[in-house]
Design a protein around this ligand. Structure first.
Ligand SMILES: Nc1nc2c(ncn2[C@@H]2O[C@H](COP(=O)(O)OP(=O)(O)O)[C@@H](O)[C@H]2O)c(=O)[nH]1
Ligand SMILES: [Mg+2]
Length: 224
């Protein structure tokens, strides 16, 4: 058996679990967002900024993925957000079966929104469907404006591109327009958000988009 055969088998097992998740989330009208970025781009900081507002209007929970520690789940719990941590040991992505195991604890059947913060990297999360309605890929302006061209798979698979830490742009040589163009040349359908999770600049547009995803799910529409 070749190595590619093995990888295909692993992926199809994940795809089957992702299909079960999608069916269940469709029945319950739960919108699911999967967020991926390199470590430190600001995924948890963004959640800390937007969830206090969203949780006043929607029933929501977060699944946090990291190799080790409960740090990110604890950061969100400190804000009164229902959050659970998955520690993968050394695995570089979350898998659909790991999400399935948490559905009852999180009572996802009663949720409007489930957010999954994936393991920090731009490679593995691209290949593991978690039954999400929307995949968000994030970069920060400290990471280089050529990353969409270097990591095209995740930009191709995502529906939303968040460029974070715009407050730091004056101190870097990052060319925001070049980066956005790079991303669009990989995936012309990407919805673009430039924001600062630190200052809050630009976050309202993202909150509106998330509310649109929730509304769409309630109405039975298909995103991605
Ligand atoms: N200046 C600035 N720092 C940020 C911003 N967003 C996150 N950070 C910082 O970046 C670091 C990593 O953030 P974190 O949310 O833990 O990243 P994650 O690994 O993607 O979840 C922390 O020190 C944050 O305070 C931002 O918009 N501007
Ligand atoms: Mg984090």
């Amino acid at each position: 058996m070749t190595r590619i055969d093995i990888n295909e088998k692993i992926l199809s097992k994940n795809d089957m679990a992702a299909d079960r998740l999608r069916k269940r989330f469709k029945e319950t009208g739960t919108a699911v967002i999967n967020i991926a970025s390199a470590p430190g781009s600001g995924k948890t900081t963004l959640l800390e900024k937007i969830l206090p507002q969203l949780k006043t209007r929607y029933r929501l929970a977060v699944i946090e993925g990291d190799l080790r520690t409960e740090n990110d789940a604890n950061r969100l719990r400190a804000l009164g957000v229902n959050a659970v941590q998955i520690q993968t040991g050394d695995a570089c992505h979350l898998e659909a079966v790991q999400i399935e195991k948490l559905l009852d604890d999180l009572q996802t059947d009663n949720l409007d929104l489930l957010i999954i913060e994936n393991i920090g990297n731009l490679v593995c999360p691209a290949s593991y469907d978690l039954g999400e309605d929307a995949m968000f890929v994030m970069l920060s302006v400290a990471e280089g404006d050529d990353k969409p061209a270097k990591y095209p798979t995740i930009f191709h698979n995502a529906g939303y591109f968040i460029l974070n830490k715009t407050d730091l742009a004056p101190y870097t040589d990052f060319d925001i327009q070049k980066c956005l163009n790079n991303a669009l040349s990989v995936n012309s359908k990407l919805k673009l958000f430039t924001l600062s999770a630190r200052t809050g600049e630009g976050i309202n547009k993202l909150i509106e988009a998330i509310e649109g995803i929730i509304k769409n799910k309630k109405e039975g529409g298909v995103l991605k």
